[in-house]
Structures are given as C-alpha cells and as structure tokens.
Design a protein around this ligand. Structure first.
Ligand SMILES: Nc1ncnc2c1ncn2[C@@H]1O[C@H](COP(=O)(O)OP(=O)(O)OP(=O)(O)O)[C@@H](O)[C@H]1O
Ligand SMILES: [Mg+2]
Length: 222
C-alpha cells in the first residue's frame, strides 16, 4: 500500500497582530491509498487548517507534509499548484463556488485548468452532476440553488477530474438524510475505486462509516 498523505510533526500558528493561535500542534498522521479517514473535533479545533495543509493550499510552519511522496515545502509555488490540480479534489466548507457561473460551468473549472477541450469538459461535468443527483440543476447559478445543492455541486467539481485524493470539509453538513446518504455512498464508491478520501464531519454516524476516525482537539490529534 502506498502512503498518499503523510504529516510529520506539523505545526501551524496563525498570527494576527500580537495575538497568535496555535491551530495545529505537532500533528503526525499518515493515510494510505484507498483509505477513508474521518476527522472529527469541536469547532475551532483545527480541522479546516489541517485540510488546507493536506490540500496544499497552505504549508506547515514546522514539520513536514508529504503528498504522494513529495515534500510540499520543497516544491515551487507552480509545482505545488500543479500537484494540487492533478492529485487533489477539494470540497470546501463554504463551497467556494463562483457565483457568476452555472453549476455545470463551476464543475468544468478544474478541467479548464487541466486543458481538457470544451466538448469533453461539458460531458464530464454533466456526468459528475448526475452522480451527485443534480441533473436537473446544471444551468442554475449558485444563488439559484439550495445550500445542499450547492454543496453537491462543490462535490461534483471535486470529483470531476478523477483525483487520487478527495478532501471534503463537512460534505454532508447542509444535507438532509437522503441527500447525505447519496453523498456518503458516492464517497464510498470512490474509495472502492482506490481513491483516498479524507472527510471532516461533526456527525458521529457519518464518521463511523470511515475505516478510521481521527479526533482533533485544540490542534492536537488523538
Ligand atoms: N486565517 C486565520 N487567521 C487567524 N486565526 C485563524 C485563521 N484561520 C483559523 N484561525 C483560528 O485557528 C483555529 C482553528 O481554525 P479552523 O478553521 O481550522 O477550525 P475548524 O476545526 O475547522 O472549526 P469549524 O468546525 O468551526 O469549521 C481557530 O481558533 C480559528 O479561530
Ligand atoms: Mg472548519
């Protein structure tokens, strides 16, 4: 089994004026290919900070993070962006959909960055929206969709490029039980396909469906 994600003694401290927040304290964690790991912990415990580092959107102040064997700190900005684009699908806690684009256009974005031609992009985006149960909403803009529909659009955008790693910050946070079930089954299918899935959740029932639950409290992983 290949180790896909590896954090070794990672620290991340935020500075705001004189105030400092130690959001991650000496976190070590490794995740193998094909694993599904749930991260749980109270609000403000460092979960999104951890996800940002796992997704190469942020780098540790101390310690090392290896993604697919690459020490992220040693990569140039361009190489880091490329690694993220090719290897990681990200579902953000606040979706981060572009308001001026339709659901389909939002889902096409990662494919544009990868240089996929327009016709193929469209087909793949519609397929991904269909997988999350949104075939009826492909031409709606985020402001014309419910919170749960936006969340599923964000999931479609994360999985459209077939990333090896899927990082999902509260992917079922805004969903009713049936829609949450659709999303969880989809994540389980992706894992069965050999993808590595890390999801943050407050919901114990959701967390139990992962092979491993990692609990974080005050920036410390237990
Ligand atoms: N950009 C930032 N600047 C300063 N402090 C920050 C910043 N981002 C997060 N923090 C602080 O770091 C800590 C961890 O935040 P984080 O967003 O990782 O929590 P979380 O576990 O995702 O919480 P939630 O469950 O509410 O989403 C919090 O105390 C937060 O206030
Ligand atoms: Mg968060």
């Amino acid at each position: 089994m290949q180790t896909v994600l590896e954090l070794a003694h990672v620290c991340r401290t935020y500075h705001r004026g004189k105030e400092t927040v130690e959001a991650l304290k000496n976190v070590s964690l490794s995740v193998e290919q094909g694993e599904m790991v749930a991260i749980t912990g109270p609000s403000g415990s460092g979960k999104s900070t951890l996800m940002n580092i796992l997704g190469c959107l942020d780098v540790p102040d101390n310690g090392a993070y290896y993604l697919l064997g690459h020490n992220v700190k040693n990569l140039s900005q361009a190489a880091r962006t490329r690694l993220r684009r090719d290897a990681v699908g990200f579902v953000f806690q606040n979706f981060c959909l572009l308001p001026g684009l339709t659901a389909r256009e939002n889902v096409e974005l990662p494919l544009i960055y990868r240089g996929v031609p327009p016709r193929q992009r469209r087909v793949l985006a519609l397929e991904a929206l269909c997988r999350v149960g949104l075939s009826e909403r492909t031409e709606h803009r985020p402001g014309e969709m419910s919170g749960g529909q936006q969340q599923r659009t964000a999931l479609a955008r994360a999985l459209v490029g077939e990333p090896r790693v899927l990082l999902a910050d509260e992917p079922t946070g805004n969903l009713d039980r049936d829609s949450a079930e659709v999303v969880m089954e989809l994540l389980e299918t992706l894992r069965e396909e050999g993808k590595t899935v890390v999801l943050i959740t407050h919901d114990d029932k959701i967390a139990k469906r992962a092979e491993r639950v990692v609990h974080i409290c005050d920036g410390i992983v237990h």
